[in-house]
Write a protein that binds this ligand. Structure first.
Ligand code: ADP
Ligand code: MG
Length: 582
């Protein structure tokens, strides 16, 4: 029997075949994965919504915020805590500008982060055609960040992401901006061509060593010091060279004092801690080694109380930081780890000339100051309504007993008093409003810290400071993060004196609302909430909140007259010519 040949069924090979195609958005998601990005913080809308879904599909966590500035604060905090750039994604125009404030702040603070913003077609922007959300974002960002890139073609995306990463972490870390234009995001490429754009980047962070003469000079000055001290800044904390710093300090018995975000790099209450002797060191030390800090306004520009005779040794990755405000006797320019290795090697076998009386006198002063401090907290213990120090007297032992909780802190009096009250004992466990002393970093920073580390976070916030970012507490709730927010409600910026409760006239510029119930904001989003008026209530609320590892919000009712204008830095206010009646 003759066999009939069946009609051939089209096989995949013979079927019409279109090569697999990818958009610029797919390429962006893959480029982020390729450099090891684990979290992206942002707020979607035209033209980045689909890109965010594709980022999630790559297994990258996308943390969607309610305000771009807070998403940016989260990215910056991840950068500070991990030494890898945090990534912020924003929409064009206002979203870009909202996020840019955080990227600029990151740059000032030397935190590595990358802001990627959707942007209009640059050819239309350049011709001022009035396109959707038209803004020359590339040039707007330029003056505020370390580096800027613009992708007008999808093929440029992988390279832009890798170069942005290098720029963010290299040398002095900072913020980088990528203008991700709509044409690039929507452009379609063949998968095979896309494949060719990717490569394994080598040495995304390449540490640079200091020169030998600089190290010798530093070692000579340090070993000849009679009254040496080490000033630790947040650059030292960022560098993750904790063991080297500990060796330098402990092996050579050098007293240290930290800037606020370097607290805990060495324990605040350790035997060599001169945390409370800052003025004495400024006036009496003969050699101060500055590790990752700047002699800026936070250190009186190296003037004021600082003795004219001090010789400074400064370790910094940024050569232009040397001689800012004060001549530096021994600049050591280079990566912190390599600089410390070289200095430790140079010190090997050498003896210090420090006067033992120096350390003994600082330790004696620390004891006296410690007793005064305890008395201050004690005297506030029974104040009702509570004052800042009443509340801090309760919070102090709880946080010090949970040293692995990351503390986020902003406000005026709330910042100054909390920084002074809470001793830290682990590195990179305190993030605050830092170099610019800005308000409005709280919720973003707290969320970034929780997401980047998986640790529990407590944010101690002034009521005014909380107002800037309060809505993003809802983000912590949606992502079920282990974050406790403690709002110190004294009813105002600085304090709440002068609130016309009967609403017969406008409130003063500084007054908010002493009767506001911030805890109810937490209720709206399903958080565990507390309104506390007494130390006992606060103690119970904070202990339960930390133990719950869930989003919690505690409104701490303070007295309206607790707190002074500008906290500890009232001297920066221009003196008024009129009497301010409150
Ligand atoms: P603080 O506010 O604690 O005084 P600053 O932000 O003023 O700290 O100073 C931090 C300094 O640390 C900056 O000058 C920065 O260049 C430097 N720095 C940051 N990272 C490194 C690093 N990896 N190696 C060396 N220096 C660094
Ligand atoms: Mg207040």
């Amino acid at each position: 029997m003759p066999t009939t040949t069946p009609t051939p069924v089209p096989t995949p090979a013979s079927a019409p075949h279109y090569p697999e195609q990818l958009t610029g958005m797919d390429i962006l998601a893959r480029a982020l994965k390729n450099v090891g990005i684990e979290n992206v913080y942002g707020l979607v809308g035209i033209p980045i919504t689909e890109a965010a879904y594709l980022i999630q599909a790559q297994g990258i966590r996308f943390v969607g915020f309610r305000h771009e500035q807070q998403a940016g604060m989260a990215a910056a905090t991840e950068g500070f805590l991990t030494k890898k750039p945090g990534v912020l994604m924003t929409v064009s125009s206002l979203g870009f500008l909202n996020g840019l404030t955080a990227t600029a702040n990151a740059t000032v603070n030397c935190y590595p982060m990358i802001q990627i913003s959707g942007a209009s077609d640059p050819t239309m922007v350049d011709m001022n055609m009035g396109t959707y959300e038209q803004l020359d974002q590339f040039n707007t960002a330029k003056g505020l960040v370390k580096a800027v890139f613009r992708c007008s073609h999808a093929k440029d995306i992988p390279s832009a992401v890798m170069r942005a990463y290098r720029a963010a972490v290299s040398g002095r870390p900072g913020g980088v901006y990528i203008d991700m234009t709509t044409p690039a995001l929507g452009e379609i490429m063949n998968a095979a061509d896309v494949e060719k754009l990717f490569y394994e980047p080598v040495d995304l962070y390449s540490p640079v060593a200091p020169n030998a003469a600089a190290v010798d000079r530093a070692v000579k000055i340090l070993t000849s010091a009679k009254k040496p001290a080490i000033l630790l800044g947040k650059g030292a904390a960022y560098a993750q060279v904790d063991d080297k710093i500990k060796t330098l300090i402990e092996k050579y018995s050098i007293p240290y004092f930290p800037m606020s975000m370097a607290k805990g790099l060495m324990p605040d209450d350790g035997p060599l801690s001169a945390l409370s002797c800052r003025s004495t060191i400024m006036e009496q030390a003969d050699v101060v080694m500055i590790i990752g800090a700047r002699l800026n306004w936070l250190l009186s520009f190296g003037k004021g109380k600082w003795s004219q005779d001090i010789k400074f040794i400064q370790l910094d990755v940024e050569s232009q930081e040397m001689d800012v405000n004060r001549p530096i006797a021994a600049p050591v320019v280079g990566d912190m780890g390599l600089s410390l290795d070289a200095i430790l090697a140079g010190l090997e076998g050498k003896t210090m000339s420090a006067d033992p009386e120096w350390l003994a006198s600082l330790q004696a002063e620390t004891k006296v100051k410690g007793a005064k401090f305890a008395a201050r907290i004690d005297s506030a213990r029974t104040m009702m309504p509570m004052h800042h120090w009443t509340a801090l007297g309760v919070i102090k032992p709880i946080l010090e007993g949970n040293p692995d909780v990351i503390l986020i802190n902003e406000g005026a009096n709330t910042l100054d008093d909390t920084r002074d009250a809470i001793n830290m004992s682990l590195p990179r466990h305190r993030v605050d409003c830092a170099t610019w002393a800005i308000m409005g970093m709280g919720m973003g920073s707290a969320i970034g810290a929780a997401v980047a580390t998986g640790k529990s976070v407590v944010a101690v916030e002034g009521d005014s400071a909380f107002g800037f970012s309060g809505m993003d507490f809802s983000t912590a709730c949606r992502f079920n993060l282990p974050l406790t927010v403690v709002v110190f409600n004294n009813g105002g910026i600085y304090n709440g004196v002068g609130v016309p409760l009967d609403k017969t006239s406008d409130p003063a510029p500084t007054t908010l609302d002493i009767r506001a119930r911030y805890d109810r904001l937490g209720d709206a989003f399903g958080a565990q909430t507390y309104y506390v008026q007494t130390p006992d209530e606060l103690q119970k609320a904070l202990t339960e909140s930390i133990a719950s590892k869930k989003p919690c919000l505690i409104d701490v009712q303070l007295a309206a007259d607790s707190g002074a204008e500008s906290g500890h830095i009232g001297y920066l206010n221009p003196a008024p010519l009129i009497d301010i009646k409150v």
